[in-house]
Design a protein around this ligand. Sequence first.
Ligand code: TRP
Length: 333
Amino acid sequence: MTENKNILTGDRPTGPLHLGHYVGSLANRVKLQDTHKQYVMIADMQALTDHATEPGLIQSSVIEVALDYLSIGIDPNKTIILIQSLVPAISELTMYYLNLVTWNRLKHNPTVKAEIRQKGFGDQVPAGFMIYPISQAADITAFKARYVPVGDDQIPMIEQTVEIVRKFNRTYNTNVLVEPEIISSAVARLPGIDGQAKMSKTLNNAIYLSDPEEVVVKKVKKMYTDPNHLRIEDPGKVEGNPVFIYLEAFDPDREKLQNMKDHYQRGGLGDMVVKKRLIEVLLEFLSPIRKKRKEYEKDKKIIMQMLKKGTSLANEVANQTLKEVKQAMGIVY
Ligand code: TRP
């Protein structure tokens, strides 16, 4: 048998993608598409679990996210890009897996817990939201993915998927499902421009891949730095300082960066100088992405055709897995 090099990864389409997505996962996907069989899912059903009252937003974001993928270099000739809701096998698998996970286990998923707090659900958590880790396990296993390149906030989802796979294979004495493993990035998590631990749309602290130049400049200028670095002469902190974390992730000139870090820590280097450098670095990084996006934006019909084609290929794979799953479970009539 040939080695399984399947990848399944994806994003919730609730708006355009940001630098946190890029660092945590998108950069890896661009690399991995040359060596792996990669599926990238636009998870519109998962987006509904916390945006059920805004279906219009999800529909328009599907195209936005696809444009982001294409403009950073995810190549539809190498990567299969698909729309989750158009793959019914995923919903069916979710129904079956639901019986293999306890309610208590779901309540203790750390990412789900954090999101419930962040979104202010209180005791009004949609049932669909509570179970989205199971539907994510269906996403991953439908494609027999061995690898999932995602940010570190997704670790609990992969863990939960592994548990489901083991339980399924053990219970039905089979090896139909494949245990996935996370592919982490060098910088697992990008803080927000406000210094909060995570860049996110909900927290309104993101720089988007599609932000116009002047917006990037404005956002960097108001970025949180070291709160104790009051005067230029003061020694500043580089660790946990978002401006330096971003430079670490994006500045190709490592020597210059090291010099800036040393200078900042010694004292005598102002925040504005460091921010100017970050602006330079980010505009340079985003400029070709923006150009490509402009090209692709011209014909959104072609984008949708590409997504439908990817989805059709995805359905073949997912349907086959579903068939094997039902066979293993003994519900074949
Ligand atoms: N949960 C992911 C996020 O919030 C999106 C996602 C849905 C996903 N299905 C997936 C990621 C499958 C990896 C694999 O960004």
